[in-house]
Design a protein around this ligand. Structure first.
Ligand SMILES: NC(=O)c1ccc[n+]([C@@H]2O[C@H](COP(=O)([O-])OP(=O)(O)OC[C@H]3O[C@@H](n4cnc5c(N)ncnc54)[C@H](O)[C@@H]3O)[C@@H](O)[C@H]2O)c1
Length: 273
């Protein structure tokens, strides 16, 4: 029986991934800071017949990830797929977001993934293989204004994953990086911004019709099965990335500035508008 470990597995994409793997008969261990949602997700997984566990785990604490790794190793003898999914969101102008908020988002979105990779790589090496799934975002490719901290953490997760793919191939350790556009989850619960209206805009983008968390999880599940690297579940995201790559930079930047005027409304010279 194969085994998967999912950080941020109590909600949104992490929960959908746990459910997808469970539906395929995998043993599933979810890890999260949110104990109530963790318990509820665990009960739902077990009710569906899955062999599942929940561990309280804060990805900003390496010791929590070490304890989680030791737990799955003791319980199941190892793990086949580790999904570094836990994340938070933030937004704001470059001159408004505080360094404390930068440190907060980097600690979870980037260093949380780094810690997951650091802690599980020695186990994968001892096992003779394994697979990392790192959840980034289209935000790591796009340059949406007022989102610099979130964009930068996700771009770093893409770079980290690309590097790991090259570095770990000889160890038979695979890597997949997931880059969705917006889809409905509880992501705005964690939202930090000096401008509350940016949270509302983000919530509206999350609520738009489009692929669900379950659809994104399905794409991830299939990509991992095939050994795929980039997962770009949204057609609009794939089109935008192609456009960015084809257009001269100045033209792309002007086009994006126009398309994202709702974000920058209050942050343009002369008071916006
Ligand atoms: N929803 C989207 O539109 C979207 C788009 C692109 C990428 N993503 C990424 O998907 C991932 C999952 O987010 P989601 O949209 O499902 O949001 P979500 O808020 O529904 O789920 C995130 C989970 O991570 C957990 N978490 C937060 N901080 C943690 C920490 N320090 N340690 C452990 N767990 C922690 C939360 O408790 C929550 O259960 C994130 O990395 C997010 O950036 C989401």
């Amino acid at each position: 029986m194969k085994r998967v470990f999912v950080t941020g597995g109590a909600s949104g994409l992490g929960r959908a991934l746990a459910e997808r793997y469970a539906a395929d008969g995998w043993r599933v261990c979810i890890a999260d800071v949110h104990d109530a949602r963790g318990a509820e997700t665990l009960a739902a997984l077990r009710n569906s017949g899955a062999e599942a566990e929940f561990v309280h785990c804060d990805v900003t604490r390496e010791e929590d990830l070490i304890a989680a790794r030791d737990f799955v190793e003791a319980r199941w003898g190892g793990v086949d797929v580790v999904i570094n999914n836990a994340g938070v969101a933030g937004a704001g102008a470059i001159d408004a977001v505080t360094i404390d908020d930068w440190k907060w988002i980097i600690d979870i979105n980037l260093l949380g993934v780094v810690r997951g990779c650091r802690v599980f790589t020695p186990l994968f090496k001892r096992q003779g293989g394994g697979h990392f799934v790192n959840v980034a975002s289209m935000a790591g490719f796009m340059d949406v204004p007022m989102m610099s901290s979130y964009n930068a953490t996700k771009a770093a997760v893409i770079s980290l994953s690309e590097t790991m793919q090259v570095e770990l191939a000889e160890w038979k350790i695979g890597v997949t990086v997931v880059c969705p556009s917006f889809f409905k989850t509880n992501l705005t619960d964690s939202f930090r911004s000096p401008e509350p209206r940016l949270r509302d805009i983000t919530q509206r983008l999350l609520d738009r019709p489009g692929p669900s968390a379950a659809d994104v999880a399905e794409d991830v599940f299939r990509a991992v099965h095939k050994g795929g690297f980039y997962v770009l579940p949204h057609a609009e995201g794939r089109r935008a990335l192609l456009t960015k790559r084809l257009l001269p930079r100045a033209l792309w930047a002007r086009m994006l500035a126009k398309q994202t005027r709702a974000f920058t409304r209050d942050n343009r010279p002369g008071g916006g508008g």
